[in-house]
Design a protein around this ligand. Sequence first.
Ligand SMILES: Cc1ncc(COP(=O)(O)O)c(C=O)c1O
Length: 375
Amino acid sequence: MPAVPDFKALANPAIRTLAAYDPGHDIPSLRQRFADAGGLLELGSNENPFGPSPSVLPAVHAELQLLHRYPDPSGMALKREIARLHGIVPERIALGNGSHELLMQLAQVFAGADDEVLLSRYCFAVYPIAAKAVGANLVFVDAYPAGHPMALGHDLDALIAAITPRTKLICFANPNNPTGTWCDSAQLSDFLARVPSDVLVLVDEAYIEYVTDPALTSVLAHGARFPNLIVTRTFSKAYGLAGLRVGYAVADPGLLALMEPIRESFNLNSLALAGARAALADDAHLCSVVAQNAAEREWLTGELRSIGLTVLPSQTNFLLVHFGPETAAIEQALFERGVIVRPMAGYGLEDYLRITVATRPENERLLANLKAVLS
Ligand SMILES: Cc1ncc(COP(=O)(O)O)c(C=O)c1O
């Protein structure tokens, strides 16, 4: 038998110590385990419990006739429709197999060894992975402390103060995952105006469709004013297409042109392209999802607070809830009852659980289980 090489020694040094993205529990096997016990209650991944537009399924089905053909390599039809939605040209759009893919590409193209990537504490877990994978130095900037009106939210002034000549990229989500917190439009435009033009800013708007606070609108409105701004969006949340994997970035065409050579060929499959187009065309469904989420978010927040829990304000489809020192035991007890929520220890928020806002019957089931566990 030939000797097995020391793969770790062979690997790119930046990759050797990298921990993989943690997607949570093994959901397919848990679905089987709890099939006869009322089913699994999946509240751990911020998916859309209302599902996609009813027009998605026939559109995806129609594509099955062409499975032996490669998909549209540029996804131009989808880009045109996204461009129409935002009132921009398709050249300002890049498509990704989920926005996760675009976050990885962005770091790969624009950050390298010796560069600094600025991140807000409690940022989405993919940004540090993307930055570490290319050997960049991560600089974490403290978020607002508990007790502050924007507790755990991004401190944009602190991010500005942390910029150095080595800073290449600043990344944050607005609203943020896992905290659900947000910066309003005035704060964002003031921030963007203060960032030097050779520092790129990624604003990840994965949850923007869920926002109901009129003080926050998409930063896309500022796109032309700030050529260093990249905005990412996803069809995985409000559009209900997490299983199809479709995301996009909006940025200056010159910036996107540099990402194109490392894009995997045909990175969006034909079912994903067709499904996303159908979802995009059904504005009424999106509005209904957003309205139902907003109503359930408010109701669930009130119910959780009424049993003495601290719930962070949220503009997303999930809530960050403080459970204190018993958090891990509570999460485990919910798990044993088939209720999946997301532990936050990996984010340094050991005393919190993140809970997806679901349908009313699902939210009621969560509450009943939670009350039983807490008593
Ligand atoms: C803030 C944020 N950005 C990006 C993503 C990735 O989304 P996608 O499914 O498009 O890869 C997520 C997924 O949870 C997220 O929370």
